[in-house]
Ligand binder design. Structure first.
Ligand code: CP
Ligand code: NVA
Length: 313
């Protein structure tokens, strides 16, 4: 196990190198194989993960909880009613106290600054389980899935269709790091953070990843090896649902769009999906869809992250 990653936080993929990604993918592949053949891998024996959730979750919550258990450790769910970050007490105090009890903290929050503050004051690794700005664990599982399907990452092209959101930001960091080009098709008013785009462009100049922005899903999908989409309205944006439904009309992965991509293209969606909004049901069911493999890989990728950051080596 790579000792150099021990004790680190995972707040943003911006902080992780290509070598770090490769280490995570190789540990994830090993742990997946061991799980499949039934070989125990108690790399977190006796360790505890505190899981803070300000938002709902299926994949993140269950994959972290089950993942820790499979690694021989224990996970603790701390929902909004339990600790009410910033309301019942400060993030700083929560970080001091919680990190004196547990060996790692996973947090899903609204403001990204909460996860940054947890990391600042915690004495144990903090893992970002989604904020309004980022979703790094998702993109590690996504790239691991592409690697499984395509046997490589660099030189490929990913087309993202929809909202320039937290998933998009982590995709920009992740793709640029591994040398995968990324074409984003978003409505003008829903482009990702320009600073993230500029950072990914700069990094991409070194790794060979091209970053392009367009308003046309068709243009983005042309020649793409991977098509990716996410919900039009993220958690916390429920009040904007109607406005967004109008703005995103046409920003959908459907059969015609999939057929216009590379003939071997695969489809990804972080889920939950809203059928007939950002994606159609037939696309998710198509053999070119890797959506459920991708969801399963959340488990294997996060187990690798936890083993590397929190494990005993
Ligand atoms: N993709 C994802 O993070 O799913 P959940 O919101 O269900 O955790
Ligand atoms: N962008 C979505 C991702 C869900 C996993 C959200 O933040 O709700």
């Amino acid at each position: 196990m790579a000792q150099r990653m021990k004790g680190r936080h995972l707040i943003s993929l911006k902080d992780y190198s290509r070598e770090d990604f490769e280490t995570i993918f190789s540990v994830a592949a090993r742990l997946k194989e061991e799980l499949y053949i039934g070989r125990p891998h108690p790399l977190l024996a006796g360790k505890t993960l505190g899981m803070i959730f300000q938002k709902p979750s299926l994949r993140t919550m269950v994959s972290f909880q089950v993942g820790v258990q499979q690694l021989g450790g224990y996970a603790l769910y701390l929902g909004p009613d339990q600790i009410s970050i910033g309301k019942r007490e400060s993030t700083e105090d929560i970080a001091h106290v919680l990190s004196s009890y547990v060996d790692g903290i996973m947090a899903r929050t609204f403001a990204h600054s909460i996860v940054e503050d947890l990391a600042k004051y915690s004495r144990v690794p903090v893992i970002n389980g989604l904020t309004d700005f980022n979703h790094p664990c998702q993109i590690l599982a996504d790239l691991f899935t592409v690697l499984e399907r395509k046997r490589r990452l660099d030189g490929l092209k990913l087309a993202y269709v929809g909202d320039g959101n937290n998933v998009t930001h982590s995709l920009l960091y992740g793709c640029a790091t591994v040398g995968m080009s990324i074409a984003l098709a978003t409505p003008e008013d829903y482009r990702p953070d320009p600073e993230v785009v500029a950072y990914a462009r700069e990094l991409g100049r070194k790794t060979g990843a091209k970053v392009t922005l367009t308003a046309s899903p068709k243009e983005a999908a042309k020649g793409a090896d991977v098509l990716y989409t996410d919900v039009w309205a993220s958690m916390g944006q429920e009040a904007e649902k109607a406005i967004r439904a109008k703005a995103f009309k046409g920003y959908q992965i459907n059969m015609p769009l999939l057929n216009s991509a590379h003939p071997d293209a695969i489809v990804l969606h972080c889920l939950p999906a809203h059928y007939d909004e950002e994606i159609t049901y037939d696309v998710v069911q198509d053999p070119r869809s890797a959506v459920f493999q991708q969801a399963e890989n959340r488990l294997h990728a996060q187990k690798a992250v936890m083993a590397l950051l929190m494990g005993n080596g």
